[in-house]
Design a protein. Sequence first.
Length: 158
Amino acid sequence: MIAEVIAPKPFTERPGRIVPDTSAFIESVYFDEFSWQSLDGVIPAGLARLIVPILVIEEIDALKRDHNGPVSGRARSVLRRLWELHAADPAQSAALPCSAATVELCLDDPWHVRRPVNNDEIIQRAVTISEIAGRDTLLAAGDHSMPYRAGLAASSRS
């Protein structure tokens, strides 16, 4: 039990938390080519850190199978790029080649029960990361519904 309590300590000490939604991977510049430091006022000086919930990977994986054309190809490319960075150890932080940023996966604990709506689950992951770290976390999305949902979640916490 003590190991479970102290396990998040290294996780919380690293700065620059950004939780990208699936749309941030599919609808924008490739994640490993984007300048995450350009999110001015959000990321402290230094390294930006993407924390990707495993649900986002699952959604991207579904997009590669369920769509034809550019979305499917984009999903395959994103998954390939992530795998190339994480093949040895998916839970460890990996440096992005073109930016002062890292990317790591946030895996579900075996006892975790997901929310029924995927966007709500991703928002909850961002909130949880922020609460554990005691610092703000940025939710990066390429669609419009996610900021509305996140705003509702933030207002209900106040």
